[in-house]
Design a protein around this ligand. Structure first.
Ligand code: PMT
Length: 399
């Protein structure tokens, strides 16, 4: 998403400047071409050399520096940028932008750009709550500036409350969201993720290795592209992506209930969850005590949620996953037809770099007309982008 994008990272003076160094690292790692502009106050906290070393480019600091102005610095930066990120953005910087003041390189560049501007505020909690600041923030939001909500916690000034710079990872995600196409706006998408747990007794369960990474990535990217996203997640340690309505469930029965509850009003369902096919015929109420040398557990079939959705389908677009260890295409084809799907994502989970609990996946997309698309190994977020490209295309074809 950020690969090859030109980003101007505007850094103003606050204790959180050091976190902008980490943000620069993340942006660069994501493939962005980052140009740093520092205000005079920002240089009191971290020297330009730190940013210069990490970005591999001179840091812009001075509106009237003849060397930098050979390229008419503020105009060239403003023109070339795909995105401006202001992090940390102080109350002073935000106030100046809201008043149309352009008295240094950063404010001049922001005023001269037509690129989207993402603002990550950081300040003392009383400053954040000050009605003057709140008025400025509201005004800029109305003008189309993208403003993040600061994090809460202990502030450097000793106060506790809202005002901390959001985590660099959260700013990176927001930058991706700002630059994403909004081709899923107005669509409601239900994604399932993670494993289910079928309890044996109060302390044991039957489950699988799903981490939820694949489904969470789909939910996050769908949200970034403007969809209204509900994520039904089995047990996982992952945090719900911002702006996504996350329903946490345990068993397949609970997942079925949560999925069916929203199905009627949903445009697209993407079932990346690894639902347990069987549950205990009888769950013990108390911890089963060790006694005999062997133990036999009787399992009974769980409902196939996806097959049920296929039967109830009334115009929804239904995307399934197939996790296979052999005969990938044959099994995936069978599931595509039997469950009445519009598309299935097949992954051979025995391949290194694919399937459960890794950050990458290797998938094929199969369609009811027999078409098969093969994707190379890529991050689960990239798989999610490709998948949602196809989903957006199928939705357009239907209108
Ligand atoms: O979570 P990660 O660690 O990131 O791993 C990703 C993944 C391997 C879990 C994911 O890529 C994947 O393949 N998900 C589907 C896993 C699975 O259960 O596949 P399946 O072939 O058993 O099921 C086929 C489809 O039917 C799936 O969409 C599944 O959600 C659905 N299903 C299965 C059984 C059941 N009782 N109800 C269902 O809805």
């Amino acid at each position: 998403m950020l690969q090859g994008k030109t980003i101007v990272l505007g850094v103003s003076g606050g204790i959180a400047v050091y976190k902008a160094v980490e943000l620069l690292r993340l942006l660069t790692k994501a493939g962005a071409d980052v140009h740093v502009v520092m205000t005079k106050n920002a240089q009191e906290f971290v020297t330009p050399l730190t940013f210069q070393t990490l970005s591999g480019k001179p840091v812009h600091t001075d509106l009237f520096n003849l060397y930098q102005e050979q390229e008419i610095g503020h105009i060239s930066l403003a023109d070339r940028a795909d995105l401006f990120i202001l992090a940390p953005a102080t109350a002073n910087l935000i106030g100046k932008i809201a008043q149309g003041l352009a008295d240094d390189l950063l404010t001049t560049s922001v005023m001269a750009t037509t690129a989207p501007v993402l603002i990550a505020p950081a300040m003392n909690t009383n400053m954040y709550e000050n009605p003057i600041y709140q008025r400025n923030e509201k005004y800029l939001a109305e003008l189309g500036y993208h403003i993040m909500t600061p994090a809460s916690g202990a502030l450097a000034c000793g106060w506790e409350g809202k005002g901390k710079l959001p985590a660099p990872e959260a700013i990176l995600t927001e930058a991706q969201a700002v630059l994403s196409p909004k081709d899923l706006t107005g669509r409601s998408i239900l994604v399932t993720a993670g494993p289910t747990r079928e309890e044996i007794d109060p302390v044991r369960y039957v489950s699988n290795y799903s981490s939820g990474k694949m489904g969470f990535a789909i939910a996050e990217v769908a949200r970034q592209r403007g969809a209204e996203v509900t994520l039904v997640a089995g047990p996982t340690n992952l945090e719900a992506p911002a702006g996504v309505c996350c329903v946490r469930v345990g068993s397949a029965a609970q997942m079925r209930e949560a999925v069916l509850a929203g199905y009627e009003d949903t445009d697209v369902v993407i079932k990346a969850a690894a639902v347990a096919d069987y549950r205990l015929a009888e769950r013990a109420d108390q911890k089963i005590k060790k006694s005999a040398e062997t133990m036999i557990l009787e399992l009974e079939k769980n409902p196939d949620i996806l097959a049920e959705l296929g039967r109830l389908k009334e115009g929804q677009l239904l995307v399934g996953f197939a996790a296979e260890t052999e005969n990938l295409l044959a099994h995936a084809q069978d599931k595509l037809q039997r469950k009445n799907l519009d598309m299935i994502v097949a992954n051979d989970v025995t391949r290194p770099g694919a399937g459960f609990d890794v950050d990458t996946n290797i998938v094929r997309f199969l369609y009811p007309d027999g078409r098969i698309e093969e994707l190379a190994e890529m991050s689960k977020h990239q798989v999610a982008r490709h998948l949602l490209d196809r989903v957006a295309g199928l939705l357009v074809d239907r209108t």
